[in-house]
Write a protein that binds this ligand. Structure first.
Ligand SMILES: [Zn+2]
Ligand SMILES: [Zn+2]
Length: 193
């Protein structure tokens, strides 16, 4: 290498060809952990309505529950479906859930910190936890981890009826889950960003 002083200028930011868009944050590629484990590729259609996720300009939410490193359940919901699911919740549940999240939602992002309490991923990775991603097209704009205690706490503020809505959704969409498996006894709605 030459001793040309220009060599000591700070390097330009490595550029991966992804210009920040003029509107909104650039997003990042959806990490493999949020791809569909069952389809072995990124989610392409809404789990509930089957429409192509790429067609939803407002994006969609990916939700995956894990036990240790095993994916227990996963789904991607377009916003109209997510809204519809939440709309089925009783008014009381909606208020309670919104209140719970408003009181507990922390200013964190990503999979290392629980979005609702101060637990870190290391403390929960040997049990149940869930990951969620806010995506538009093939980009992710926000992500969150929720520990099992917080999933239970969220479920606890919802009415029996609302929990049944989500249970029914899971039963209808994931018939392959073994019946002796106790998948989500206390898991209610996913975290809503
Ligand atoms: Zn849908
Ligand atoms: Zn937590």
């Amino acid at each position: 290498m030459s001793s040309d002083s220009e060599d000591f200028l700070p390097e330009e930011e490595p550029f991966d060809g992804e210009m920040p868009r003029e509107k909104g944050p650039p997003g990042e590629p959806i990490p493999a952990i949020l791809h569909s484990f069952y389809e072995d590729r990124p989610f392409v259609s809404c789990t509930r309505c089957g429409e192509s996720l790429a067609d939803f300009a407002d994006g969609y939410r990916i939700s995956k529950n894990f036990n240790k490193d095993e994916c227990i359940i996963e789904y991607a919901l377009c916003l109209p479906c997510l809204d519809a699911m939440l709309d089925e919740a009783s008014e009381e549940s909606k208020v309670a859930l919104a209140k719970f999240q408003a009181e507990n939602l922390r200013d964190v992002s990503g999979f290392n910190d629980c979005a609702l309490c101060d637990k870190q991923f290391d403390a929960v990775k040997n049990g149940d936890y869930s990951f969620a991603g806010v995506c538009v097209g093939d980009k992710m704009y926000d992500s969150a981890m929720v520990c099992f205690s917080c999933m239970e706490a969220m479920a606890a503020v919802m009415s029996e009826e609302t929990r049944r809505t989500w249970d029914r959704f899971r039963e209808e969409n994931f018939p392959g889950i073994p019946s002796d498996f106790e998948p989500f006894p206390n898991q209610g709605a996913p975290i809503v960003f």
